[in-house]
Design a protein around this ligand. Structure first.
Ligand code: BGC
Length: 248
């Protein structure tokens, strides 16, 4: 199936038409800067512009950086607060004139990595963490996603974990890769104790810098960088739409 996958992020809204059977791209990736302020109306207009760029007609899968329940936005940790309670699926469907399926961005990246990336076909329990401005999480067991886990908001050392070891915190506190890697390791050890995953996959911008901090990671669980890098969210979102379009 050929489906348009879109990844809505804080600085860019990216998309490509994806072959959801083998995870390859049918078109090049196209990126439009996220409008500022990133209000629901402005983002919807950009998603429509992106869809028109591909002259695309059909179901669309879209990753969004918040907790989504029944098509509604439920949290706004790192997005414009006006998104709270917005029916994002119908907003984007109306703006594009296509049926849009919205999934949490980390869940989308998790699906992408599991099907076509670092976790390809993994038979056990995989935890995918996307590390950027915030921390997103996806838990996939025997290929099935347990959605909306939000482990970046697990309270760790007195605060939301993403306020302790996101990439934004590394930059803001000017941490060396070594010091930040130690923090990440503490967080991974905690997740390991709670969930006993078989594999951690680290996505987001830091996946490209894995060599700079991997020596700090001492979990028993294997840790791998995401291999689809900035394509995982787009590919996973397209797969989500492909999986769900017959269930509406
Ligand atoms: C949000 C998650 C999101 C993550 C990465 C967190 O602040 O609560 O829903 O997956 O950031 O974008």
């Amino acid at each position: 199936m050929e489906i348009l996958g879109i990844d809505i992020g804080g600085s860019g809204i990216k998309g490509a038409v994806v072959n959801t059977t083998d995870g390859t791209l049918i078109t090049e990736r196209h990126r439009i800067a996220t409008p500022q302020p990133a209000t629901p109306e402005a983002v919807a207009e950009t998603v429509s512009e992106l869809t028109n760029h591909f002259s695309y007609v059909g179901s669309i899968g879209c990753g969004f950086p918040a907790l989504i329940r029944n098509g509604l936005v439920k949290t706004a940790a790192n997005i414009d607060k006006t998104w709270l309670e917005v029916p994002v699926e119908s907003l984007l469907s109306n703006a594009t004139g296509q049926k849009v399926f919205v999934i949490n961005d980390a869940d989308a990246a998790g699906l992408g990595e599991l099907r076509f990336g670092a976790g390809n076909g993994h038979p056990g329990m995989v935890m995918v963490l996307t590390i950027g401005t915030g921390i997103g999480s996806a838990i996939i067991h025997k290929g099935i996603l347990l959605p909306a886990t939000e482990l970046g908001h697990l309270v760790f050392r007195g605060k939301s974990a993403e306020k302790y070891c996101s990439d934004a915190i590394r930059e803001r506190e000017d941490l060396t890769w070594e010091r930040w890697g130690k923090r990440l390791n503490n967080y991974l050890l905690h997740l390991e104790m709670l969930f006993s995953p078989d594999l951690f996959i680290l996505g987001g911008g830091v996946s490209k810098k894995f060599d700079k901090f991997k020596s700090q990671l001492v979990t028993k669980t294997q840790v791998m960088p995401a291999s689809l890098q900035n394509m995982a969210g787009i590919i996973g979102a397209a797969c989500y739409a492909a999986d769900n379009q017959n269930f509406v």
